[in-house]
Design a protein. Sequence first.
Length: 226
Amino acid sequence: MFFKSFLQTLPVLIAYLPLGIAFGILFSTLEIKWYFGILIAIFVFTGAGQFLLTSLLSINAGLLEIGIASFLLNIRHMFYSLAITQEIKNFGLGKYYILFGLTDETFALLKTHQQEQNFSLRELQKNYIYITFLNHIYWVIGCGLGIFIGKQLEFTPKGIEFSLTALFSVLTLSLLQNSPNKIPFIIALVIGIIGLFVFPSEQFLLFSLLCGIFCLLFGKKWIDRG
């Protein structure tokens, strides 16, 4: 099961290493001890959130400002957790680690491979934990390498952060292909396109999420029939 989970996480490995390296390099430009970057990768573990944190630290932002900005940026993870709560409720203590490590890419992998495989409860638990753990390790290794490279070579990357967007797009298409109900994806696409013209760019993600929740709650019966 571990090897199977490893194979499933290879696309995340390919993206997390360069993206983690990019974060590590950017973090190394701050006047902060290198090991704090590793601790952030272990205990914060959120790609966009860590880049935001680096930016805020560079301008000496306060704890309240950092807290509010991080909450708004990562609020979507609350809905990821709600989406798999029923599936992991009997996983014992392991479910808390899964909820902690539920990044965009991990969530997409868990949902995709759950639909592709007919696992027993024990196999599903192992698969969820292994996928979460491996993705976590990839990120920590990438961040550590980036900090080392940044300290030694003083190198600053440009554009490498797009690898995360590309990865999540591929995983979303894979999930769409394996899902029998396409309506939620259509709703998300419509909201996203309309939101580009209607929502303020700074609050685009938040407003899109709220609209999506509204549609899912009030259109549940119609969506389920799809």
